[in-house]
Design a protein around this ligand. Sequence first.
Ligand code: ZN
Length: 172
Amino acid sequence: MSDDTKSCPVCAETIKVAAIKCRFCSTDLVALAASQESQAESVLFIGHPSVIHSAWQWLAVACTLGIAFVYYWIQSLATQYEITTQRVRIENGILSKSKESVELFRIDHFDVLKPLGMRLLGQCVLQLRSTDTNFSTVVVFGIPDLEKMADTLRECSLRERTRRRVTTLVQA
Ligand SMILES: [Zn+2]
């Protein structure tokens, strides 16, 4: 194989490096590269939810002279989020951990809720729902710029669905 040729990623025939379409299997190499690029997973957020994410919690902290804060702090430490352009992972518990992982393409609804207590602090809850009945609703909160992230996740979900359709067409 010389410098200006490569093998087609689909049919493995030798083609020009600059080719945008394989002359053997007619694969659109530009679309293929784009779909592979969108397949790459990148991390949007890793960490714990904020300790205080609702005004009612401040009220509880005040009423218990700060004891509630310790409770909320432990609660926050016990939850770990890992949100990427492909999936949402939630780890719960300090001693015994439970893990939840959902792939974005399976989610149909990205609902942003703003109960009063959260609205007062500029916070919100993100509910991830699916029409699939086996899928239980996943709730994410206490993350900075969550509303903006909801839009990003929605786009990632749509892109992932499109990509899956494109990949299925290429394989078919
Ligand atoms: Zn080919």
